[in-house]
Design a protein around this ligand. Structure first.
Ligand code: ATR
Length: 268
């Protein structure tokens, strides 16, 4: 019988996950279907339990439910530390995972950038930054967190056990960094002229990773290109967090390029 997978969020209509996962299922000839479900916060518990009861193969959880979903799952160590779940598997009860940080690591890896022992300047202290910070610190990166609201950077750095710094000395911070990550929504459509850093404070040995994927070429990435730095766009993180979820649910090797193609077509 066909197995059903899905993503729960609110709003959800613009999610690229159905296109990405359905393309993967088709590619591997699996009798599975992935759908997007708009779920209100007050119904999240029932929705997750309902999916389990109906024999769903797995779930993704997206904005604004990632934190809340933790309460209704048995989270693995990383998801518990992050305090948020983006993937649920039903193989052993209701297990919560968080694949966002691994997605970011893989995005860098496929661009030839390793994170172990690298100096990573992470801008942002929201959900995405949190997932990246915990995962990267665990993988041996030397993470410094900075944020528009410094108290949030300080609180996150304390949770992770890494450094934090003020945004006012971005130039100095970048000089000491191998990798810059924008984990804020700056530069996202429709504010496409916004950037957290400009070319004059970047150096050619820097990798600049922007989690924003709409537009594909953000102003930050353009500035990185002009500076001779290595620009890495957010689509890769979206694809790899999904690929890792696929691996968790199915135990199969995800067809990453097929998934990427589906996402890029969806963004057109
Ligand atoms: P997400 O879950 O996607 O990370 P979030 O939790 O709302 O979203 O976090 C958004 C992050 O982007 C925060 O770090 C936010 O900074 P504040 O903590 O100061 O709010 C950051 N952010 C959003 N818009 C920004 C802007 N225009 N300039 C700088 N930082 C911005």
């Amino acid at each position: 019988m066909k197995q059903v997978f899905g993503v729960m969020g609110d709003p959800i209509e613009h999610s690229l996950s159905p296109a990405m996962h359905n393309a993967a299922f088709r590619e591997l000839g699996m009798d599975c279907e992935y759908h997007a479900f708009r779920v209100r916060q007050k119904n999240l518990r029932e929705a997750i339990l309902g999916a389990q009861a109906m024999g769903f193969g797995g779930l993704n959880i997206t904005v604004p439910h990632k934190k809340k979903a933790l309460e209704f799952t048995n989270p693995d160590t990383l998801a518990r530390r992050i305090g948020a779940v983006n993937t649920i598997s039903f193989n052993e009860g209701i297990r919560g995972h968080n694949t966002d940080g691994l997605g970011a690591e893989m995005a860098l890896w496929e661009a030839g950038v390793g994170i172990k022992s690298s100096n990573v300047l992470l801008i942002g202290a929201g959900g995405a930054a949190r997932a990246i910070a915990f995962h990267f610190a665990e993988k041996g990166a030397c993470v410094t967190i900075t944020n528009r609201t410094p108290e949030k950077a300080e609180a996150l750095a304390e949770d992770v056990g890494c450094r934090h710094a003020g945004l006012e000395n971005l130039k100095g911070l970048l000089q000491d960094s191998d990798i810059l990550i924008n984990a804020t929504s700056m530069g996202m459509h429709p504010h496409i002229d916004a950037t957290i850093a400009s070319r004059d404070i970047m150096h050619p040995d820097l990798a600049v990773f922007d989690i924003v994927y709409n537009p594909l070429q953000t102003k930050l990435l353009h500035q990185a290109e002009l500076a001779g730095a290595k620009p890495i766009g957010g689509v890769a993180m979206l694809v790899h967090q999904g690929a890792e979820a696929f691996r968790i649910w199915t135990g199969q090797e995800p067809p990453v390029e097929v998934m990427r193609k589906a996402v890029l077509e969806g963004l057109d």
